[in-house]
Every structure is written in C-alpha cells, then in structure tokens.
Design a protein around this ligand. Structure first.
Ligand code: C2E
Ligand code: MG
Ligand code: MG
Ligand code: MG
Length: 289
C-alpha cells in the first residue's frame, strides 16, 4: 500500500517495494545519462548460411556502464521502452550500424555483409518510423538491402494494417524483415498471413532442447517446412552444439546463429574473425543474402 506524501511523491510502507521503485528510478536516470554520454556499444553476432558461409550479423546493443561494466539488453530495453528513451537510442544505434556497414563497404571481405537490427514496439509505433529509417539509410549511403529489421511479436501489437503499410514502404526501398523469436507468441501465424516478412527466426527455446525433446524437434521441423512453403528464409537462433545444427540441417534449415558459430563481438573482432576464417578457408567468404 502506498500513501501520497506531499507533491506527487509516493512513499511505500513495504521496504522491498520501496527499494525496487528506487532502483528503477535510479536506472532510468542512469539510462538518460547513458544516452547523452553515449555509453552504448554495438556487438555483432555472425549468421552463417550454406556450408557455413558468412551471411552477415545481428547487431546487439550493450551498455558500458561507468561503474557496473557491460550490461545486457535484457536489463534495460524494457525500461528504455517504457520511458520512450528507446526511440532516440534506437535511431542513434541504427545510424551507427549503418556507419559500420559503410566502413565495411571498402573491405572486399566485408562488402556483402548484411546486418539485422532489432526494433521494438515503441520504435515501430513512432509516426515517423519509416521516414527516420530511410533518412538514416540515405544520409549514410547504405544500400537498403544490407539492412534487415528484426521484429518480435510484441513489436506488432499496434494496428496490423498500419504496421503492414509501414513494412511495405520500407520493403519498397529494399529493407528486409525478419520475425524474431518465432513460435513464442500467441498469434505468430496470423502475423505471417498479414505482414510481409522475408524471414523467420526459430526461437532459441526450441533449439536449446532439440536433441532431448521430441516436441521441440517436431516444432522446429514444422517451422522450417512452414517457412519453405511460404517462401521465407529461416534462421535457427541459439545453436550451441554441432549436433543441434546437424539436426536442423536434416530438417532443411541452412542458416544459423549461435555460440557454435560465434559469440556477439565488437565490430573489429567480427571483421577480424571473418578475415581469419576466410584465410583458413573455413568460411569461404561472404555471400550475398
Ligand atoms: P534477440 O534479438 O532474440 O537476440 C538473440 C539473443 O540471444 C542475444 O541476446 C544473443 O546474445 C543471444 N544468443 C545468441 N546465440 C546464443 C547461444 O548460442 N546461446 C545463448 N544462450 N544465447 C545466445 P542479447 O544480446 O542479450 O539480447 C537480448 C534481446 O535484447 C534480443 O533478443 C533483442 O530482443 C533485444 N535487443 C538487443 N539489441 C537490441 C537493440 O539494439 N534494440 C532493441 N530494440 N532490442 C535489442
Ligand atoms: Mg533479434
Ligand atoms: Mg531472437
Ligand atoms: Mg530473444
């Protein structure tokens, strides 16, 4: 229970709740500071295709906190969404991703890399979302086909026709769309029917137990078949074991992302890993997606 103590100030009798409220408001202040001082970093995780060719990377945000070190997105994206900070933050991140793609365009080994970037509900719902993305692409000179936007079902909660229209406008420029964490929501199939996706990502929760759990194996196989029949590409997320990759391959999945192929790393480390792999001939080169 809470009572009002003075002007707009809430006091909680429950000390645990009081502490949680204080922690949240501290995090919010720190997040604002992080945005103005730019304490965010992008890391890139390899996505591989047929024969382990590199297809590109998923860009993932990290918060380099001045005292607490690296903080993962699961600890701050939700709050960034609630406070709306995700909007300026996401745009600044996308611009940095595009600048990175520009830098890689001069490197023959990196030239064909595509990058997937995560978009959350609040960002997608901004009235000028489409214009903002196109503006960033144009200012940085990145070909739109280098960029894929990953949406989870929670990013699709708004008006479906409106979201479809936005996706169509960006697709007309060449931007791709991937349905992230596929299978974890309640209405994935309805979204597939109405929204123009290019790709499905099989959620990590299915891949994790695929070797032990028959249900997960059947569901993964069904998702791969569904993607194929709809003409969508499919990526398996969270592949940690060679045997998981092998099983997914027998289901017809040929695109993978996971610690088996590489952990998320700095742009420099990512480029170096691709160069090293190419030199050793383990990753024959970057193929156009
Ligand atoms: P996601 O888009 O589904 O990203 C995949 C997550 O799985 C990443 O966690 C990645 O590090 C992790 N992962 C990849 N391979 C493996 C594996 O083999 N094993 C295990 N155990 N984990 C693996 P991360 O980086 O902590 O990101 C969590 C979520 O935060 C992302 O899930 C995405 O929804 C969100 N996120 C990340 N970056 C951004 C961003 O720039 N903007 C927005 N709006 N959301 C972001
Ligand atoms: Mg993602
Ligand atoms: Mg995912
Ligand atoms: Mg996820």
């Amino acid at each position: 229970a809470a009572k009002h103590a003075g002007r707009g100030c809430l006091r909680y009798f429950d000390p645990a709740m009081q502490a949680a409220v204080e922690a949240r408001s501290r995090l919010e202040n720190e997040l604002r500071e992080a945005l103005s001082d730019w304490q965010f970093r992008l890391v890139y995780q390899l996505q591989v295709g047929e024969g382990e060719h590199a297809l590109g990377a998923e860009a993932l945000v990290r918060w380099q906190h001045p005292r607490r070190g690296f903080i993962g997105p699961n600890e701050f994206i939700a709050l960034a969404e609630e406070t709306g900070l995700i909007v300026p933050m996401g745009r600044a991140l996308l611009e940095r991703v595009c600048l990175q793609l520009c830098a890689w365009a001069d490197d023959p080994q990196m030239r064909e890399v595509t990058v997937s970037f995560n978009i959350s509900a609040r960002e997608m719902g901004e009235p000028d979302f489409v214009e903002a993305v196109i503006d960033i692409l144009q200012r940085t000179g990145v070909p739109a086909r280098r960029l894929k936007l990953e949406l989870t079902e929670s990013a699709l909660l708004g008006d479906v026709d409106d979201i479809a229209a936005r996706m169509h406008r960006l697709r007309a420029h060449g931007v791709g769309f991937s349905l992230d964490d596929f299978g974890t929501g309640f209405s994935s199939l309805a979204y597939l029917k109405r929204l123009p996706f290019d790709q499905l990502k099989i959620d990590r929760s299915f891949v994790r137990d695929i070797l032990e759990d028959n249900v997960d194996a059947h569901l993964s196989r069904a998702i791969v078949a569904l993607a194929a029949s709809l003409g969508l590409s499919v990526v398996a997320e969270g592949v940690e074991l060679a045997a998981q990759g092998e099983m997914l391959r027998t289901f017809g999945c040929s695109r993978f992302q996971g610690f088996l192929f590489g952990e998320p790393m700095s742009a420099e480390a990512f480029a170096e890993a691709l160069h090293t792999a190419a030199a050793r001939n383990t990753v024959p080169g970057v193929l156009a997606d």
